[in-house]
Unconditional design. Structure first.
Length: 108
């Protein structure tokens, strides 16, 4: 995983998302999820290209049930965009890079 992507867990999630000075896109994923693996390189590209404008975090749903339940994540990959600690957008499923950026553009 890229050094530009932050690994989040139940203990660090709130502190990281609320303290961020740029929007945070959190990828809710699992090791066994095929579409999650497909979207991972796209997220790495976005993390590099949008550095300073957007931060990307990954949260493994199998290891972090508290945050997963709090945000009602029922299917993965689910991408939730937080700005100023609040949910601004929710994207479900693997999408191509162009579509992801288009859906996030209003918040960047």
């Amino acid at each position: 995983m890229s050094e530009k992507i932050v690994t989040l867990d139940d203990a660090t999630f709130d502190e990281h998302v609320k303290a961020a000075d740029v929007p945070v896109l959190v990828d809710f994923w699992a090791e066994w999820c095929g579409p999650c693996k497909m979207i991972a390189p796209v997220l790495e590209e976005i993390a590099t290209e949008q550095e300073g404008k957007l931060q990307i975090g990954k949260l493994n749903i199998d290891d972090n049930l508290d945050v997963t339940r709090r945000y009602d994540v029922m299917s993965i990959p689910t991408l939730i965009l937080f700005k100023d600690g609040e949910v601004k957008a929710r994207l479900i499923g693997a999408k191509p890079k162009g579509q992801l950026l288009q859906e996030l553009s209003a918040y960047l």
